[in-house]
Design a protein around this ligand. Structure first.
Ligand SMILES: [Zn+2]
Ligand SMILES: [Zn+2]
Length: 359
C-alpha cells in the first residue's frame, strides 16, 4: 500500500510503499476513498504554529515527530478487520467517515466524550498515520460514522472542516430568532459555518470578510448581511443592529479577534476557531463589566460528527464545493493550498493516478 509521508519538516512529502496493514484486536482497516487536504497539514509539514510576536509552537515539543502520514479527513469502506472488532455483515456495505480526533480513552475529557481535548492526543493523520494513503488503520469501529449515501469525496471533509464549523456553532448560545450571530472569515470552514448556522435556524446572521468576492458569495444566500471588517463603519452597523450576541471567528488573527470582541454586546461571546495565529491584549475591567466571553473551539466530538452527518443526510446542509485530486498529487495539493489557489476543499482520491484513471 502507498502512503505520502512527511519525513522531514519543511520538505516535500515522500512516497512510501509497504505491505497491506494487518489489523489486530478491535482494529479495522479502512480503504480510503477520499482524504481531505487541510490547513493543519501545512502546519504538520512545517513543524510549527505561529503564536504571534515571533513565537512558535513547535510540534516536536509536543511529541509530534516525523515520519507523519498526513490526512485526518478520511472517508472510505471496510477492507479488513481484527478478530475482536464488533462488525456486522451489513457493515461491509457501508461508507464511513473516520472520526480522527482520538485520545487516550481513559482521562476525564475522554470519559466525557471530549476525546479531541485529551491531554495525550493520538489523532489520526497527526500523531498516528492518516489518510494520504490507500489504507488507514482505525483502532476501533466506534470511530466510524455511517455516511452511506454521502459522496465520500464530500463526506471526508466533514471530519475536520465540517466538524470544526459545526462544533463552534453548537457552542453559540445566542437566541436563533432574535440575536445577531456574526461569522468572521468565509474561507472553506467559515463558509461551511455559515451554511451550518442557517441549517441550525439562525435568522440574523452577519458575515465579515475583507474579500469582496466572498461577501458577494454570502449575500447570494437569503437574508445575509455582509460587512468589510476593515470598513470603519462596520462596528457602527453592528451596534445599530443591537450588537452581536455571538461572534465565531474562523480566521483567528489579532485583527479578527479584536474585531469580534469589539462587535459584542454586553454578555456576548467570541468563539475563536481559526488557527491563523497571533495574540490579543484585553483590558480586564470591561471584560468584567460587559461580562464578555472569549473562548476557543477545537475540532469537535464524535457525537457532534454523528449529528453533523445526520444534518447532511436530512438534506438540510447544501454540499460544499470539493475538488478531487489523485492521491499521487498530494504534494501539488499542499502547494496549491499554501499559495491560496483553492476555491473549494481539495480531496485526495486513492486508486487513481494523475491521468485520472483507475489503477
Ligand atoms: Zn483539519
Ligand atoms: Zn484522554
Amino acid at each position: 500500500m502507498r502512503s505520502y509521508v512527511v519525513e522531514n519538516f519543511t520538505e516535500r512529502l515522500v512516497t512510501r510503499e509497504q505491505p497491506p496493514l494487518e489489523p489486530t484486536g478491535t482494529e479495522v482497516i479502512v480503504r480510503v476513498a477520499g482524504s481531505g487536504v487541510c490547513h493543519t497539514d501545512l502546519h504538520l509539514q512545517d513543524g510549527f504554529y505561529d503564536l504571534g510576536g515571533g513565537k512558535r509552537l513547535r510540534l516536536a515539543d509536543r511529541g509530534i515527530l516525523p515520519p507523519l502520514t498526513l490526512g485526518h479527513e478520511i472517508a472510505g469502506t471496510l477492507e479488513r478487520v481484527g478478530p475482536d472488532a464488533p462488525i456486522a455483515p451489513s457493515d461491509w456495505d457501508k461508507t464511513y467517515i473516520v472520526y480522527p480526533w482520538l485520545g487516550c480513552g481513559t482521562c476525564a475529557p475522554c470519559l466525557d466524550g471530549d476525546e479531541q481535548l485529551c491531554a495525550t492526543p493520538n489523532s489520526i493523520g497527526v500523531a498516528r498515520p492518516g489518510g494520504y494513503a490507500d489504507e488507514c488503520l482505525v483502532p476501533h469501529p466506534r470511530y466510524l460514522v455511517d455516511a452511506t449515501g454521502i459522496d465520500p469525496t464530500l463526506g471526508a471533509t466533514y471530519a475536520c472542516s465540517g466538524l470544526t464549523a459545526y462544533s463552534a456553532l453548537r457552542k453559540v448560545t445566542a437566541d436563533r430568532e432574535r440575536d445577531v450571530l456574526l461569522i468572521i472569515g468565509l474561507g472553506g470552514v467559515g463558509y461551511s459555518g455559515l451554511l451550518i448556522a442557517r441549517a441550525l435556524g439562525y435568522e440574523r446572521i452577519v458575515v465579515a470578510d475583507i474579500d469582496p468576492q466572498k461577501r458577494t458569495m454570502a449575500q447570494e444566500l437569503d437574508g445575509i448581511t455582509a460587512l468589510d471588517p476593515g470598513d470603519p463603519t462596520a462596528l457602527t452597523v453592528l451596534a445599530e443592529l443591537g450588537g452581536v450576541a455571538s461572534a465565531v471567528d474562523f480566521v483567528g488573527t489579532t485583527r479578527t479577534v479584536e474585531f469580534g470582541l469589539a462587535a459584542l454586546r454586553k454578555g456576548g461571546a467570541c468563539i475563536v476557531v481559526g488557527l491563523f495565529g497571533g495574540d490579543v491584549t484585553i483590558p480586564l475591567p470591561p471584560l468584567v463589566q460587559r461580562s464578555t466571553t472569549l473562548r476557543g473551539s477545537y475540532v469537535g466530538t464524535l457525537q457532534e460528527l454523528v449529528e453533523l452527518v445526520e444534518l447532511v443526510k436530512r438534506g438540510d446542509l447544501p454540499p460544499l464545493p470539493v475538488e478531487a485530486l489523485p492521491l499521487d498529487a498530494a504534494n501539488d495539493a499542499l502547494t496549491r493550498l499554501r499559495a491560496g489557489r483553492v476555491s473549494g476543499r481539495l480531496v485526495l482520491v486513492a486508486g487513481r493516478d494523475t491521468a485520472g484513471e483507475a489503477s
